[in-house]
Design a protein around this ligand. Structure first.
Ligand code: HPA
Length: 275
């Protein structure tokens, strides 16, 4: 009989456990601009994705591929340095496999970060936006396929994907660190092309404040498993058509790098308050 998703996850967990028995409380996924955040924490162990049997490998330049285990302000964390995107060609079940694996490692809370385009015209490049809700657009739901009963129910509720308590934690952290924080709805497109101006007008009409190519699918998989989720986007650009400027990955990365000092402080302060 072919391997079930849960058996595949158990195989991945065995690969990780062969290297470390570290027990993380919080999972953190690093988006653009935060890529090297993990280098500065108190590292206890690292596991390269390529050493995990059956694990999808990210192909995006500038994304490292490893789990980093350690402490952020005494909170035991596992950090994903490099995530998998749907546009890389992996099936959705593989895109969310790392999220599911972190749950099997023992995390209770998941903190997602990303770079995103600002649909809300008041969001200038460099804005940090806490995600309050999301829209999955043109991307298959990651729970399509046989339900993994060991992880969660067939029809999970998504009324509060981004946990209310954790949203308050982020607000408190922003206040304490003096970092300006906006809030809004994130819309996930497939990428890898950036959106057209017409698509951005559609996104705005539908209620989106920011657009990106990740995160919502991971949040869905996490909520399916009962994890508490929170997320912050770094708005790296006005979305297509808002200004005359064309979009480039290089510029997205440059802005993400400029904001990274504030972003890191906000992430650290949030994690310190999460448990
Ligand atoms: N669109 C989609 N993804 C992005 C963008 C954007 O404008 N900026 C950064 N990631």
């Amino acid at each position: 009989m072919s391997q079930t998703m849960y058996e595949k996850l158990e195989g991945c967990l065995a690969s990780v456990r062969a290297k470390t028995d570290f027990q993380p409380e919080v999972g953190l996924v690093l988006g653009s601009g935060l890529g090297d955040y993990a280098d500065d924490i108190k590292i206890e162990a690292t596991v390269n994705y390529s050493d995990i049997k059956g694990f999808p490998i990210s192909t995006v330049a500038g994304h490292k591929g490893r789990f980093v285990f350690g402490y952020v302000e005494n909170v035991p964390v596992v950090i994903m340095q490099g995530r998998i995107h749907y546009y890389e060609g992996y099936p959705m079940a593989d895109v969310v496999l790392p999220t599911r694996l972190m749950k099997l490692m023992g995390i209770k809370k998941l903190f997602l970060t990303n770079a995103a385009g600002g649909v809300n015209e008041t969001f200038n490049p460099g804005t940090l936006m806490m995600i309050t809700d999301h829209i999955l657009y043109g991307v298959p739901n990651p729970l399509i396929g046989p339900n993994v009963d060991e992880l969660g129910v067939r029809f999970p509720d998504m009324t509060e994907v981004y946990t209310k308590d954790l949203r308050q934690v982020i607000r408190d952290a922003a206040k304490e660190t003096g970092i300006a924080l906006r809030e809004g709805t994130y819309m996930q497109f497939t990428g890898p092309s950036y959106e057209t101006p017409a698509e951005i007008r559609m996104a705005r009409t539908l209620g989106a404040d920011a657009v990106g190519m990740s995160t919502a699918c991971e949040a869905i998989a996490a909520r399916h498993m009962g994890l508490n989720v929170c997320a912050i986007s770094c708005i790296t650009n006005h979305a297509a058509g808002i200004t005359d400027q064309v979009l480039s990955h290089k510029e997205v990365q440059a802005i993400a790098d400029q904001v990274s000092a504030d972003f890191r402080r906000l992430v650290t302060s949030t994690i310190a308050r999460m448990v």
